[in-house]
Structures are given as C-alpha cells and as structure tokens.
Design a protein around this ligand. Structure first.
Ligand code: ADP
Ligand code: ADP
Ligand code: MG
Length: 453
C-alpha cells in the first residue's frame, strides 16, 4: 500500500542532512531534486538525488541562501515542496512565506511560528504567557545601560547577555560582576549586529552547572501535539553539541512527563506545525526552564528515531502534505538507549579548529545497532565554506551500558584518513568516569579537556 504524498521534493540543503532527507523521500516513493553550489558538485547528495541543479557559487549567500535561485530550481523541475533541513533557510520566515506565495509547500514551520520563536527574547515572553517555565531574566530586549543595571541587580551575577537573533552557539557573553557590565554589553551588541544583523540583547540568569535537555515534538495546526521524549545534549564545546543521547541519564519517568507536557503546551499554544524541539536547561535541583524552540529538524534527531522507531523526516513530510498529525501520544514508546557522536573535521587538540582536506580512506562502522549518516567518500574534498560536520555516528543498545560498549567498538572500527576528526576525542569521552556514570553538565568538555585531548 503506497500513501499519497508529494510527487517531488526539492532539498534546499547539503551534507549529511540532504542525504538523510533524500533517503526518506526514496522510501516514500517521492522523487528528489538536489541543489548544490559550485564546490559541491561532487557531493553525495547530488549523486543520490534524481535531479540536481547548481544554484550558485560556494558562498552560502549566493547558493544555499539564494532564495530566487532556489525557487527557480523548484519551478524548473516541478517540485511541489521544499525541505530545508537544518541551518541555512530552515528558520527563515521570508523563505517560508515566499514558498507559500509560489504555491510550494515549505516542509517546516509557518513564517508566523518562525518569527515567534526565532526572536529568542520574544519567544520567552510567549512561553511565559503559556505558563511554560522560562530562564529568569529580562522581560524582552534590554536597550539601555540603566535598565540593564536594574535587571542585573534583580537577576544577580553571573548573568548571560544573549542575542535575540542568536543561534548555533554564538551570541552569548557571560558577565561576572557589575564592573564588567557596560563593556560586555557593548561587545555583545556589536557582535550581534555583525553576526546576525540585529543587535538586540536580552539578559538571562546564568544557570550554574546546568544540563541541556530538549524535548522533541510533533504537532499540527489544529493544536494536536505529541512529545517523543528527551535528548540529553550537555556534552558541548563552545555552546555547540558534540554528543547527544536519549534517554537522559537523569530524567525520571515523572520528569519526562512534566517536561513533555510543557513542550506540548509550547507547541500547541502557538499552533505549531511539523517537527520542533523545545530546549530546556535543567538545574541541579531538577528545575527545568525553557531556553528556546528550534522550528526545524535538528542535527541530533536520530537518537530519538532509534529509541522510538519513528522516522521524524517522514513524519515532517506527512504533516506537510496532509496538514494533520495522525500519531497520538499512545503511539510513542521507548525502547533502549541511543547516542549520537558528531563527526567533525576538526583538530580537537587545537581548540577544535576546522581541518578540511581531502578524504583518503572512509570506512564507516557497521553491525547491530550502528547507523552512520554521512556524505563523504574516499577522494572527496571537503569544502572550506561550510560547517565542519562530516558525519554522525548513531549507536543503539538495550541500555546505556550496552550503548557505551557498542559505541566504543564502532568508533574503534571507524576509519577516516586524510583529515583530522574528533573520533579519538569521542573515544576518550566514552572512557571518562564522569561520562560513564552520567554525572556531567554543560561544562563537561571544558572541565575535563586535559583528560580528553
Ligand atoms: P542543533 O540542530 O542541535 O541546534 P546545531 O545548532 O549545532 O545543532 O546545528 C544547526 C546549526 O548548524 C545551524 O544553525 C548552522 O549554524 C549550522 N549549519 C547550517 N547548515 C548546515 C549544514 N548543512 N550542515 C551542518 N551544519 C549546518
Ligand atoms: P543557540 O540558539 O545558540 O542554540 P541556546 O540559547 O540554545 O543558544 O544556548 C546554547 C547553550 O548555551 C546551551 O545549551 C547551554 O549550554 C548554554 N546556555 C544558554 N543559556 C544559558 C543560561 N542561561 N545559563 C547557562 N548556560 C546557558
Ligand atoms: Mg539552542
């Protein structure tokens, strides 16, 4: 029995996520159109798609962010829908609108939801009104120093200055005492203007030793939403995730339900459509606070797929086509444990500096419970213009300890020659006592860096 879905989808992305989406389309009997930049001509997503169109030169603003070019590629090929993946145009409200105006289905959030959640300080206001607990701090943007000082007195130190338009771990500055406030604010403001084209800054209490725990949701416009459990994402460097796992070693069934219900409140409260992630910080007393909502598929979505058996990309496509989420909370159950290791081409001994180059040998691991999502192959030249993520290793086991054993085995098998990768770093994390015990927070990497390099 084949379901009625789109005939053809254009994938407005590159790298492993483009490959991931093409795979889902193929299984659903949907034709695929890849787009690529001049340097990505030999990328795997181009080879795997049914059709491929060059949309411009390497610079993202001229290719993967080039809206007129991408819409034209859609029209030329007759694709009915666009999947934006993550990054690039996935959280661009204008793009979502332009697709709609051209009768192309955007497999992602509406411009309305992207706008509501994309501005992080506004998103917190919305969440507060829905009675979702938020990180204490300013009510919205702080635009002058006097107000900032007032708020800082209430919030206390240390505090974080965050860019409303921030993302990808950038646009945050910690302030330890009042004397640092003015210069930190000016720097944060200027950095935000140059990085995001928007200098708005808001204030958050700096939660000490928090864990980053997020909830995956699926939702439709009618307000029907379900949660697919949590992902523990505390193993980070520079506020960017390196290892994710599900379930979290600290989350009890009771807390999962509480956080899941808060995430549902967030999604259904804004009539969210599609797959989304509600990110929380959890303090050492198990209080959880809304941090932001990502209105797209996330890099680490496979760990949720491994323990629920639900294909999140297929569900995104189904919701976009039918406008309905047919799954109910009762369809979600959890089986075993999964971990994802981001394979970055980075010199982890040198502050995780990107280390692109040409891949000589590529031997991904296999066997039971092992999934490798990647787009590289022997002879592939990694372009310098994009993210350093060259693959993801996802491992499933019946419980956390089997997952760790299997991950050790899989990482040992994994051969990538020609470029420096973080594989040896992951192997050290897996052998670290605090990681094995599940006793860590977002500072784990910084705290133990000497043991890990
Ligand atoms: P998460 O999905 O957990 O939020 P990240 O924030 O690390 O994980 O990943 C999303 C970010 O990755 C984007 O905001 C962007 O900075 C970067 N990115 C953009 N495009 C790509 C891409 N094609 N491949 C990898 N990373 C990308
Ligand atoms: P981004 O949009 O870049 O993903 P987030 O707001 O999700 O930014 O924060 C990224 C990371 O920064 C978190 O996972 C956490 O490690 C850290 N962080 C953010 N806000 C706070 C806070 N108030 N206190 C402590 N750490 C924080
Ligand atoms: Mg985030």
């Amino acid at each position: 029995m084949t379901e009625t879905l789109f005939n053809k989808i254009l994938i407005a992305n590159r790298g492993e996520i483009a490959v991931r989406i093409i795979r889902a389309c193929k299984e659903l009997g949907i034709s695929t159109v890849a787009i690529y930049s001049e340097v990505d001509q030999n990328s795997l997503h181009v080879k795997l798609a049914d059709e491929a169109i060059c949309v411009g030169p390497a610079t993202p603003s001229k290719s993967y962010l080039n809206i007129p070019s991408i819409i034209a590629a859609c029209e030329v090929t007759g694709a009915e829908a666009i999947h934006p993946g993550y990054g690039f145009l996935s959280e661009n409200a204008d793009f979502s609108d332009v697709c709609e105006a051209n009768n192309i289905v955007f497999i992602g959030a509406s411009a309305r939801c992207i706008n509501m959640m994309g501005n992080k300080s506004e998103a917190k206001k919305t969440m507060k009104s829905l009675s979702v607990p938020i990180v204490p701090g300013s009510e919205g943007v702080v635009s002058d120093l006097a107000t900032l000082k007032e708020i800082a007195k209430e919030t206390g130190y240390p505090l974080l200055l965050k860019a409303s338009a921030g993302g990808g771990g950038r646009g945050m500055r910690i302030v330890h005492q009042e004397s640092e406030l003015e210069s930190a604010y000016n720097m944060a403001h200027n950095e935000a203007i140059s990085a995001f084209g928007n200098g708005d800054i808001y204030v958050e209490k700096f939660i000490e030793n928090p864990r980053h725990i997020e909830i995956q949701v699926l939702s439709d416009k009618s307000g029907h939403a379900i949660y697919l459990g949590e992902r523990e994402c505390s193993i980070q460097r520079r506020h960017q995730k390196l290892i994710e796992e599900a379930p979290s070693p600290i989350i009890t069934e009771e807390m999962r339900k509480k956080m899941g219900e808060a995430a549902i409140k967030a999604a259904s409260g804004i009539n969210y459509e599609g797959a989304g992630t509600v990110e929380f910080l959890v303090d050492n007393k198990s209080n959880f606070y809304f941090m932001e909502m990502n209105t797209r598929i996330q890099v680490e979505h496979p760990v949720t797929e491994m323990i629920t058996g639900i294909d999140l990309v297929k569900e995104q496509i189904r919701i976009a086509y039918t406008k309905k989420l047919t799954l109910t909370q009762d369809d979600v159950s959890f089986n075993g444990h999964a971990m994802e290791f981001r394979i970055n081409a980075e010199d982890y001994k040198n502050n995780f500096m990107p280390s692109p180059g040409t891949v000589d040998l590529f031997l991904p691991p296999g066997g039971k419970g092992v999934r490798t999502d990647s787009f590289i192959y022997p002879g592939f030249k990694i372009p310098t213009n994009y993210d350093s993520l060259i693959g993801k290793l996802i491992v499933w086991g019946k419980d956390r300890s089997e997952t760790i054993q299997r991950a050790n085995r899989a990482l040992e098998e994994f051969v990538i020659d020609g470029v420096i990768t973080v594989i040896p770093f992951h192997q050290k994390v897996l052998k670290h006592d605090a990681f094995i015990k599940g006793e860590f927070d977002t500072h784990f990497v910084d705290q133990y860096i000497d043991d890990l390099i």
